[in-house]
Design a binder for this molecule. Structure first.
Ligand SMILES: Cc1cc2nc3c(=O)[nH]c(=O)nc-3n(C[C@H](O)[C@H](O)[C@H](O)COP(=O)(O)OP(=O)(O)OC[C@H]3O[C@@H](n4cnc5c(N)ncnc54)[C@H](O)[C@@H]3O)c2cc1C
Length: 515
């Protein structure tokens, strides 16, 4: 329910232009227009939000100010007396982070025979994975192919993705979907039992697989069950605060801190996987965020301080459609699926100012421009300015009942505040959503510079280049999570699924394994 007069006036204009807008498809921007738009309005291009690093592997490069301060800060355990001989946990594989990537790592490491343990800041599943809404990409329909998926993601990421990582992502995507389905994920299917797939921003084919708009919750539920069923130990409410290295400079475990008592503990491990997720709660550039409270870039800081370089740490994804009204849900995600289903972005005068399926960075910059003083076409809200997402279009296109059936979480979120998105549009503004950059890895998930250290999930940089497409993150969490678990188990000397060259090496009984 919109009680403010300016909003009601603007809604009348949105309603008045709806029929005409539905009959015409807005023009897509040219590459040059997009470049100019991004340079002028996207926060990644604003110098004032960044500092230059003075120490560490990325010395001389720019990072968001808040991240830079943490990367260069003193250690939390500086001056704390910690006895490394008093080992609290001794495992083969230590997984830091109990989200989708960490759980996938742990499941596969356990399958490979490793003694694996998860340590996580809050509870297992208190994670961005749980909050994912829209879906997960995989080219598994007749009119699609991994090559097509690659082209979409490579272009969407500004041609900056590491080719070997992106290739692996798209090639293993269909198998990742089968893996999830076999574990028990209930994907949306049609009456013939075929997966329902839709478009996302920047996709040339309908390859988004979803579980209504609870995709992440359904995936996380399934992974968490599997972790529990396998009896994998999970240390909850404990944060890794520093990595430990042995006398050869190899990672050999982590210092943990109990979040309730403040007590420090030592976890010794043959391999460590960082799966700590994103950084939204650092609120770069004072933006609101869609992220959960544990998303504070911990893994980037742990890895960097141990000597692992970051990649594309200066590129942040501002999701174009964060809820802008009412204040209680300011910054919460409005899934891109709402636009995939046909809702258009419309300014205060009821004009569609962009094609609804531009990539996220272009869409976010477009909304910021509309709300800027240059255009002054935003709707005034108590938190600033916003644009409309014309949700009543969805049921005009797909029929009555579509919103409750396909995006029930969105429907409920707005209904709590008396806004019926079937009948009224909703107000949106970009929200800090995803870190495109992270720690650099090789194709097996290891960092290139720090032995025994692997990274998986949102803490990795390079898979998506400088902008991630919707649905490719849940995918990388599974693809790279599973493989990091197998590789870590292999490197810990487990007999299960080793890296091929390690298996051969060990069979010949030739000393220290390689990785
Ligand atoms: C609202 C929302 C909607 C999204 N929708 C989609 C979507 O539809 N499709 C898509 O592909 N992607 C989506 N994403 C992105 C995607 O969900 C995430 O990028 C991905 O799930 C991250 O998985 P992860 O395992 O790397 O991190 P997370 O799932 O965030 O897990 C990280 C875990 O590490 C823990 N942790 C952090 N620091 C420490 C520490 N120091 N010690 C111990 N534990 C620590 C955290 O508490 C958390 O449990 C969405 C993200 C959000 C926020």
């Amino acid at each position: 329910m919109y009680t403010l007069a300016n909003m009601q006036d603007s809604i009348k204009k949105v309603e008045a232009t709806r029929a005409q807008r539905m009959a015409t498809e807005p023009r897509r921007m040219t590459a040059d227009e997009k470049d100019a738009l991004l340079a002028a309005y996207h926060p990644d291009y604003k110098e004032e939000g960044f500092i230059t690093l003075k120490v560490g592997p990325n010395k001389g490069e720019k990072v968001p100010t808040e991240l830079g301060y943490l990367l260069e800060s003193n250690s939390r355990i500086l001056g704390v007396d910690i006895d490394l001989d008093k080992v609290d946990y001794d495992v083969d594989v230590l997984v830091i982070g109990g989200g989708g990537a960490g759980s996938s790592c742990a499941i596969e490491a356990n399958k490979a025979g490793a003694n694996v343990m998860i340590v996580t800041k809050l509870r297992i599943g208190d994670a961005n994975t749980m909050m994912a809404e829209g879906g997960i990409q995989a080219a598994d329909k007749e009119n699609d192919s991994p090559a097509q998926h690659y082209l979409d993601a490579f272009g969407g990421g500004h041609f900056a993705a590491r080719p070997e990582l992106l290739r692996k992502l798209v090639m293993e995507a269909p198998d990742a979907i089968s893996w999830l389905e076999n574990l028990g994920v209930m994907f949306d299917k049609d009456e013939n039992g075929r997966m329902v797939t839709t478009h996302g921003g920047g996709t040339s084919r309908k390859r988004m697989h979803a579980c209504r708009d609870y995709s992440g919750a359904e995936i996380m539920r399934t992974l968490r069950d599997e972790v529990i069923n396998r009896g994998i130990p999970v240390i909850e409410f404990s944060s890794a605060v520093e990595l430990i290295k042995d006398d050869k400079g190899q990672v050999a475990g982590a210092v943990l801190q109990n979040m309730e008592t403040g007590e420090y503990q030592i976890a010794k491990a043959k391999t460590v996987i960082i799966a700590t997720g994103g950084a939204g709660r650092l609120h770069y550039n004072n933006f609101p965020t869609s992220n959960h409270y544990g998303a504070t870039a911990d893994g980037l800081i742990l890895g960097y301080r141990a000597g692992a370089p970051l990649l594309y740490q200066d590129t942040i994804q501002y999701h174009p459609t964060g809820a802008a009204y009412p204040a209680q849900i300011f910054g919460a995600l409005v899934t891109e699926k709402v636009r995939s289903l046909g809702a258009m972005l419309v300014n205060v005068d009821g004009e569609a100012f962009m094609h609804p399926l531009e990539t996220r960075d272009v869409s976010a910059a477009s909304i910021i421009r509309e709300c800027s003083d240059d255009r002054n076409e935003g709707v005034e809200t108590p938190q600033g300015k916003a644009v409309w997402l014309d949700t009543p279009m969805i049921e005009l296109i797909h029929g009555e009942g579509t919103i409750e059936k396909r995006i029930p979480a969105m429907f409920r979120m707005f209904m709590q505040y008396g806004i019926d998105m079937r009948k009224e549009p909703i107000l949106v503004y970009p929200t800090l959503h995803y870190q495109n950059g992270g720690l650099e890895i090789n194709g097996e998930g290891f960092t290139n510079t720090v032995s025994n250290l692997l990274v998986a999930g949102e803490a990795v940089g390079g898979i998506h280049g400088r902008n991630r497409l919707m649905g490719n993150s849940l995918l990388d969490v599974i693809v790279f999570g599973r493989d990091a678990g197998k590789a870590a188990a292999g490197a810990s000397g487990q007999p299960g699924q080793m890296l091929p060259h390690r298996g051969a090496w060990n069979e010949r009984g030739r000393g220290t394994p390689l990785h």
